[in-house]
Design a protein around this ligand. Structure first.
Ligand SMILES: [Zn+2]
Length: 489
């Protein structure tokens, strides 16, 4: 088809006006569903929830809104829908609103076809040319979205201001015959929502009082924070009515899903040789899970998947820096590297008042500790580590500096009786490189610390449990006993 250069040549290969955008997307979707082709490559964790609903919405030829918190791959999902557009779409060459050569809407093209007929030149658009995205903010104007009269154009062309030829088209007409995605819809001012609705309902564009009729053909996609969207008065009802499907997105439901997403997104394949222990991946992911549950973190704004992604990148960088410093080939991040990635955690969540009192760094440190404790109890919960604990209770101390070489760390760990025998629970054997064994050994101590069985000083010296935490542990035990008693009675 792309060989056609004029309307006349196009007429010979194409039967006539193309179908609607939604019809085209439905046709391609059906073909993909039947052939079993992957619909949204790279979107993980939505197979049983978001994707079937989105497919149904597109089969229904609906306009869609995705409701979800930040970092739930909403934008990526919407951009992925361009894969449902045809590889090429014929348009009248030079048209600002991608006019169909067989059915031009704008005055320029109507005049052109009337004048030169089949000699009117055509061009072709790729799917990516047919996707327009805009972030709604309170300062977005009608001119941005729909259009405006352009006085300079009027003066240059010698047109009067009432002429259709003086219109500077906004984003919506420019997305004609394609996808228009508007992020954070509730932030759009009410009168712009009215304008959006008018164009959907009547195909009417009102530009500075000059009514122009443009029956635009669009697939409209929106995103919003669920609470903003459902809040009364944020969205005008008739516009809400025109959105056929509301689909809720979500964060990964299991740690494994989160690990898979982070593995796909984080930049860890670097020039250097990097080996990331699985327990480190689980801890990084566990921090995001813990933050999403923590009452001190604002749940309304959410905790983006970008938190574990950038934290893992930063932890790898810290390990990379140490390897360079110590002249080691292999880069293996440790739990202390996750703590060193604090700058990637603190900006990624909004704190409630309670959290503000403690400070973002302290909240983040605590979340890391909680995540370590969680992974530790799954992996080593059933292992008898009493000899290790006993070593520290006998007033012995051990200092594991984050920048210490793998060999130095191992030397320290060897002093603790039996500690290195337990590395196999973390998938690490005696034949593994020193950097991997050092990271696994350190994890065991961090885990015992997270469970308050051993103490740790500010400078990462492991030691006997602090008196305070002992008292805390005793209190916890007391409370458990009381609870049990309560159950008996
Ligand atoms: Zn045109």
């Amino acid at each position: 088809m792309s060989k056609a250069r004029t309307l006349g040549e196009l007429r010979r290969v194409a039967p006539g006006p193309t179908e609607s955008v939604k019809g085209e997307m439905r046709r391609n979707l059906i073909r993909k569903l039947k052939s079993g082709e992957p619909l949204f490559p790279g979107i993980l964790g939505y197979d049983g929830s978001v994707i079937p609903r989105l497919v149904n919405a597109l089969l229904s030829r609906h306009n869609v809104i995705l409701l979800g918190l930040r970092g739930q791959a909403k934008s990526r999902l919407l951009r992925g829908l361009t894969s449902l557009l045809d590889p090429e779409l014929p348009v009248l060459e030079g048209c600002e609103i991608n006019d169909d050569p067989f059915r031009p809407l704008c005055k320029r093209c109507r005049d052109l076809v009337a004048e030169v007929g089949d000699d009117a030149p055509v061009a072709f658009l790729a799917p990516s040319d047919r996707y327009v995205e805009k972030l709604a903010t309170p300062d977005v104007t009608i001119a941005d979205i729909i259009g405006d009269v352009d006085p300079i154009r009027a003066a240059r062309g010698g047109h009067d201001l009432g002429s259709e030829l003086t219109i500077h088209y906004g984003l919506l007409p420019r997305a004609h015959r394609g996808i228009f995605a508007l992020n954070e819809l509730p932030d759009l001012a009410g009168r712009i929502q009215v304008g959006l609705f008018n164009i959907l309902q009547e195909g009417d564009v009102q530009i500075k009082g000059y009514p122009v009729r443009l029956s635009l053909d669009l697939c409209l996609l929106f995103t919003a924070n669920p609470e903003d969207y459902t809040a009364r008065g944020k969205i005008i009802t008739p516009l809400k009515d025109r959105i056929g499907s509301e689909i809720r997105t979500h964060y990964p439901t299991t740690v494994d899903q989160g690990v898979a997403i982070t593995q796909q997104e984080a930049w860890t394949a670097r020039g250097s040789q990097v080996r990331i222990p699985h327990f480190v991946r689980e801890v990084v992911e566990g921090v995001a899970f813990a933050a999403r549950r923590d009452k001190r973190v604002d749940s309304r704004s959410g905790v983006s998947q970008r938190l574990p992604i950038s934290a893992l990148e930063n932890a790898v960088s810290n390990a990379e820096r140490r390897a360079m410093l110590r002249n080691e080939e292999l880069v293996v991040p440790r739990i202390s590297d996750v703590s060193a990635a604090l700058p990637s955690f603190t900006g990624k969540f909004e704190l409630e008042y309670e959290g503000e009192l403690v400070g973002a760094e302290n909240v983040a440190q605590e979340l890391i500790r909680r995540a370590v404790g969680g992974v530790f109890s799954v992996r080593l919960g059933a292992v008898d580590l009493r000899p290790v604990v006993a070593y520290f209770q006998a007033e012995d101390k051990l200092k594991l500096e984050n920048d210490a070489s793998s060999v130095d760390v191992l030397e320290q760990l060897e002093r603790v009786p039996g500690l290195l025998d337990h590395l196999r629970h973390l998938g690490v054997g005696p034949e593994d490189p020193a950097a991997a064994r050092a990271a696994a050994g350190e994890f065991i101590l961090e885990g015992l610390h997270a469970q308050k069985k051993i103490g740790r000083s500010e400078d990462r010296g492991f030691e006997a449990p602090e008196r305070a935490s002992e008292a805390e542990a005793n209190l916890e035990q007391l409370q458990r006993l009381r609870a049990m008693k309560g159950q008996v009675n």
